[in-house]
Design a protein around this ligand. Structure first.
Ligand code: ZN
Length: 476
C-alpha cells in the first residue's frame, strides 16, 4: 500500500500548483521529454499516439471538404518572406535561418519554415492558370519552427508538429466561406473528439495573423481558467495572392488575382486535452483520441483461469476495434490502478476469480471514478457503451465548468478581478487599440475573440460607446 501513496504524491497538487502539476503529468506519464536543444521536445510514443489519433480524425474531415494532402520543403528562401511586408515583420523575430550548408556560406540565407504561406503561394502561382484550376485546397502535415524565449512542452516549443491548410479561390466570398467552414470543422472536432468546448470568433486587429485580413480563433478554457488558442483560420484576402502573383484567367477572359485562406492546429491540442480534463490523479483522456481506451487488470492473477479469462476478454475487445491493454505485469493491482489512472485511460476492467465465477466484470470510469458491474458475455457492448458515455459526459462536464466561469465586467476593476479569479470576462469595448493595450497592462489579459452577436452599452475601459463585446482572458 505504501507504494500506492508514493505514486500519487509524485504529482503536484493540481489546485495548489497547476504549472508544476502540468510538468509532472506530461513527464511522468511519458507523453513527452525535453530535447537536448533548449525549447525543443521529444514526443514519446504515448504522446505521439494521441497525435496520430488527432491526425486520423482531422484528416478524414479535411478530405470530406475536398482537401488534398501534399508536402512542401522545410527550407524557404529568405527573399520569399520579404514579399509580404506585414508577414515578414510579424515572423522575423521567431525565424531560424540556415546560413551555412555543405561547409560553405549560402548565397541566400534559408528560413526554416515558421509557416508555409510564402512557399505554397509561390508554387500556387505556378500551378494556377485559369478558373478551372480553382478552388485549390491543400493541406500539409509537418513540423514548423518558431524560436521562442519561454517554452513549455506542447504549449510553446521552438519546433512543433501541425497541419496547415491552404486554399485558393476565385472570389472573396468563396475564400471567406472556406475560412469559416474550416473553423467549423475545428470546432466540431474539438467538441466531439477531444471533448473540449470551444468558443470560436473573430480576433482583434492586434491578435490577427501577420498578413491576414481576418483571423478567427477557437478558444478553450483550461483548468486554471486561462484560455488556450486551440486553432486558427485566416481569411487572407488578396494579400498573399498579390505578393506571390497567384493569378487566374477568369471566364470573362480577364486575368484576375485570386483570394486565399489558411488554417492550422498543432500539437498544442495535446496540451489543451491535458489542461481541460486533468485532475488530481493525472490525465483524463477522451476515448476517441486515447492511445489506450481500456485496461484490464487481473485480480489474484496467480489463481487458475484468471489470466486466461483476461486474455480472452482482451481478444474480444480488440476484435471489436477497442484499443485495449492487459496489464499482466507483477505489480500489485492497487499500483496498477494508480498507474493507469495517472495515464488517463478512460475505462478500467477488474477481473478476478469471483467475477469470473459470477460471469461478471467490474468497470471503473476514469472521468467520474464510478464503478459498475457488467455481464462478461456482453463485454464488448458494455465497454463500447461506456466509452461513448465517457466521451459525451467529459464534454458536458467541461462545458459546465467553463460556463460557470464566464463573467461580465462593466469596468477595469471588474475585468481585473474576473481574470484574476480564473474567468473568461465579457466586456464592452470601444474598438480602440489603447483600451485593448490597457487591459493587457492592468489585468495581464488579452482579447481572445469577439463575442459574436452580443452587445454592450459602454467600453469597460474608457466608458465611451461600445462597438463590440470582447472575451478577455489570461492566455497560454
Ligand atoms: Zn475604450
Amino acid at each position: 500500500m505504501a507504494k500506492e501513496t508514493q505514486f500519487v504524491e509524485q504529482i503536484a497538487d493540481i489546485e495548489k500548483d497547476f504549472p508544476q502539476w502540468y510538468t509532472d503529468v506530461v513527464i511522468k506519464t511519458k507523453l513527452v521529454d525535453y530535447g537536448p536543444v533548449k525549447g525543443t521536445m521529444v514526443i514519446r510514443p504515448y504522446g505521439y499516439a494521441i497525435w496520430e489519433n488527432i491526425q486520423k480524425e482531422l484528416d478524414a474531415r479535411f478530405k470530406k471538404e475536398g482537401v488534398e494532402n501534399a508536402y512542401f520543403p522545410l527550407l524557404i528562401p529568405m527573399s520569399f518572406f520579404t514579399k509580404e511586408a506585414e508577414h515578414v515583420e510579424g515572423f522575423a523575430p521567431e525565424v531560424a535561418v540556415v546560413t551555412v550548408a555543405g561547409g560553405e556560406k549560402l548565397a541566400e540565407p534559408l528560413a526554416i519554415r515558421p509557416t508555409s504561406e510564402t512557399i505554397i503561394g509561390t508554387m500556387c502561382s505556378k500551378w494556377i492558370q485559369s478558373y478551372r484550376d480553382l478552388p485549390l485546397k491543400i493541406n500539409q502535415w509537418c513540423n514548423v519552427m518558431r524560436w521562442e524565449k519561454t517554452t513549455r512542452p506542447f504549449l510553446r516549443t521552438s519546433e512543433f508538429l501541425w497541419q496547415e491548410g491552404h486554399t485558393v479561390h476565385t472570389t472573396a466570398e468563396e475564400a471567406e466561406a472556406s475560412t469559416m467552414t474550416m473553423l467549423g470543422v475545428y470546432k466540431e472536432f474539438a467538441e466531439n473528439c477531444l471533448a473540449i468546448p470551444v468558443i470560436t470568433g473573430r480576433k482583434t486587429e492586434k491578435e490577427r495573423f501577420a498578413g491576414a485580413v481576418a483571423t478567427y480563433g477557437m478558444e478553450a478554457m483550461m483548468h486554471d481558467g486561462k484560455s488556450l488558442q486551440a486553432g486558427t483560420s485566416h481569411y487572407l484576402g488578396q494579400n498573399f495572392a498579390s505578393a506571390f502573383e497567384i493569378k487566374f484567367l477568369d471566364k470573362d477572359g480577364a486575368l484576375k488575382t485570386a483570394y486565399t485562406s489558411s488554417w492550422g492546429v498543432s500539437t498544442r491540442l495535446i496540451g489543451a486535452i491535458i489542461m481541460t480534463h486533468g485532475d488530481s490523479r493525472g490525465l483524463v483522456l477522451p476515448p476517441v483520441v486515447a492511445p489506450v481506451q481500456c485496461v484490464i487488470v487481473p485480480i489474484a492473477a496467480r489463481k487458475g483461469g484468471v489470466l486466461e479469462a483476461c486474455a480472452k476478454l482482451k481478444g474480444e475487445l480488440e476484435a471489436a476495434g477497442i484499443r485495449v491493454v492487459l496489464d499482466d505485469s507483477d505489480n500489485s493491482p492497487g499500483w496498477k490502478f494508480n498507474e493507469w489512472e495517472m495515464k488517463g485511460v478512460p475505462v478500467r476492467i477488474e477481473l478476478g476469480p469471483r467475477d469470473i465465477e459470477a460471469g461478471k466484470m467490474l468497470c471503473a470510469r476514469r472521468d467520474t471514478l464510478e464503478k459498475e458491474e457488467y455481464p462478461l458475455d456482453s463485454a464488448v457492448s458494455a465497454v463500447e457503451g461506456l466509452l461513448a458515455r465517457v466521451q459525451k459526459d467529459m464534454l458536458e462536464a467541461a462545458r459546465a465548468r467553463r460556463d460557470s466561469r464566464i463573467v461580465y465586467a462593466e469596468n477595469m476593476d471588474e475585468i481585473l478581478r474576473g481574470v484574476e479569479t480564473g474567468n473568461f470576462v465579457k466586456a464592452g469595448w470601444c474598438g480602440c487599440r489603447e483600451c485593448e493595450d490597457k487591459v493587457k497592462e492592468v489585468a495581464a489579459a488579452t482579447a481572445r475573440v469577439y463575442a459574436e452577436g452580443e452587445t454592450a452599452e459602454k467600453c469597460a475601459v474608457c466608458g465611451k460607446k461600445a462597438e463590440h463585446v470582447i472575451i478577455f482572458a489570461r492566455a497560454y
